[in-house]
Design a binder for this molecule. Sequence first.
Ligand SMILES: O=C(O)CCC(=O)C(=O)O
Ligand SMILES: [Fe+2]
Length: 207
Amino acid sequence: MSVAFQPSLFDQPDPGVGPLSGVQRTILTNGAWVDVLPGWFVGADTVFEHLLAEVPWRAESREMYDRVVDVPRLVHTYGIGDPLPHATLTAARDALDVHYADELGEPFVTAGCCYYRDGNDSVAWHGDNIGRGRSHDTMVAIVSFGSPRKLLLRPLGGSTAVTHALGHGDLIVMGGSCQRTWEHAVPKTSRPVGPRISVQFRPRNVF
Ligand SMILES: O=C(O)CCC(=O)C(=O)O
Ligand SMILES: [Fe+2]
């Protein structure tokens, strides 16, 4: 069941991002960690509605084993050098580059966008381990807009160990070995939820 997005009545300042100094790190096992900052974006309603309308959303298919299966969500990836669809996303990426410069040693260069239309849209357990995430420590920084959805994390092959309810304007960064020693998923939900958009910033050659 889907419900319409309800813009917050009072949260309408000019869109932008706040300081990253409040980020809270949780150390996982095997050299993985997550950083979380709720409410990083201000004016997130404006950004959400802009992305909904302007991103050229398309259905995603992904090869799995010997089949091509639908991944039930819409996607679009902004590649290296592509202008981002809203100035606040550029500001966000710049702020992440400054904050993580020493630890990451390279900039975030791509922005994958995912649109979960309702509770039936989801992404199954996986690591972003195509490319360097398979063999090297890296970071994937995700900002969420719209309806809160759960991002689950588990050690590879284990059971769910960490659950983050990602809300409107929230930031989560998966770092260290997270893409190869842990997995993450956004499960379906039968609870009525509205649409959610997630934007994932990644360094070069991490997918
Ligand atoms: O929707 C999200 O926040 C996670 C998306 C994700 O893990 C992916 O596209 O690799
Ligand atoms: Fe992922």
